[in-house]
Ligand binder design. Sequence first.
Ligand code: ADP
Ligand code: MG
Length: 601
Amino acid sequence: MEEAKQLFKKLKIHTLLDLALITPMGYNDTTLSRAIVLGKVHTLEAKVLDSSTYGGKLRVTFILKQSRRRLSSTFFKVTPYHHTLFAVGSNHVIQGKIDEYKGYLQMSQPKSIKEVGKVTSKYKTVLKASEIASLVGAYVCEHHLYNEGLDSKEVATLMHIHFPTDIAEVYSDGRLKGDFVAVLKFVEAYNHLKKLRGKRADFEALAVLDGKIEPFIDALPFRLTAEQISVIKEIQQDLSTDKKATKRMVVGDVGSGKTMVILASVMMALPHKSILMAPTSLLAIQLYEEAQKYLPKAVKIALVMQGKKSKERYEEADFIIGTHALLYKKDLPQASLVMVDEQHRFGTKQRASLEALVSLGEKKPHFIQFSATPIPRTQAMMESELLDVSLITTTPFEREVLTETISKSDFPDLLVHIEEEIAHNHQVLLIYPLVEQSTQIPYQSLEESRGFWEKKFEHVYVTHGKDKDKEEVLLEFREKGNILLATTVVEVGISLPRLTMIVIVGAERFGLSTLHQLRGRVGRNGLKSWCYLYSHFKSSARITQFTQTNNGFDIAKLDLKFRDSGDILDGTIQSGQKFKWLDMAEDEEVIAKAKARLPKL
Ligand code: ADP
Ligand code: MG
């Protein structure tokens, strides 16, 4: 047992199914060969006719029992053992690759086989061949596999793969049989889901939250979309118990109306307090303004930020909105609902301190996170084992954003178009790949191009990731600007209602999810908008397909599809769990089947 534990550790695996999923990279078959095919490995009965040494090498001539043909072999590293083993007149079953040289059969360094007619698996792991073989032999058995919850077909398939009696059972045309692959996909998904489920820890909640949401819903100037309503209902369900603190992630494209879900949740929490944390002060201010606009006047709202910018005393507030400054407030009142907006924007450190905010001894507040990074449905299905996931895949109004690829020759037309938009009191955003000049990248940097734009246009603003004043610049641009030159900082979800054009320079350098986030900045209020992907290169299938859809969930899927396509991608793509058999872009059904097999909670 102890030894097996060590081996599991060396293999970096934890479960029996992890072991069963280490499939052989090939097999060693000692079934006697029927016919000779040159260039292939054979197992043949043979008798030693002659044995001689020359130049340190041993040359053995065999007579093959079946064909009566002669075959000669040369051994290079010769030990006395070889001389004894291949003594003249001795009988063997030899195995090795057969070639022909000037009409004579040759087998270089054959093995003398002891056990004939056996198929053994060859594994490629960090372990010695004998160690992995005995580990698999000891643990991968029908009994254990059934215990893991597999059905008879799956058990039989895994047993065939590890312990075949005939290689043709497992392979056809040198490839693992299709229905075997299907089983491996299933086992891989099932094993992963089981592990995730094991990690989920639930706590009691501080309170049942069942405040009325109607005063808020009925006063809205628009009707909520079907998806907004269904997520709100899910949350009502979550909050209606204190047996289990909610852990939910609401994932919805930019502009899908997540703020309304946040505000509805605040209503449910009343008369208890809610806290909402946002990644930037701009966003916090925006949320504060929206909360004031849409929540009933009786709801007391406070804004907490660094320095003196805070509004209202939060001690008495029903709803406290803030930046990560919240995390450093010693005297935050107890809240029964904690929410995080744009959670994908928070770093690991901030997440850890956030954990503290939602931990209160044995009982915890209900916790809801909001993310604007659409994830593929497959990933959502997986992650929902750890926390509940709601997807909002539609937006309240169809955004009219035309995406086109452009190159240098289109530049004069682009300038005309920019002038037109500005004449309409609209705004234009230009995204550069770099702040300063670089020889690494065949595009102008922000600093190199600003002179051109500043000379040609009025009210040009410039900011970038390291700019200390970026929030002020963005705020001023929102009111007065025509053109904003920036790096990807504008990703952070601030709303620029007059923005109708974004030009992304060197678009092929960005991951699709980044491009989509950037594109989400324009057309927020239903104004017809444009996203121009500027590139020196002919557009790839990845970029072309991106121009054809505006749906973030489709884009998440495309991202999976093109992940290994060799395009230059930036670091924003989340490196998903790597599966050997399972294809996250295609295997939704397999995951659904595996989920259905999990034991009921
Ligand atoms: P998200 O946070 O998901 O990116 P927001 O909550 O900021 O999106 O919503 C985007 C815009 O859509 C806001 O101006 C908001 O007031 C508006 N909005 C939200 N829900 C609806 C709806 N059901 N009908 C019309 N407009 C809506
Ligand atoms: Mg939002």
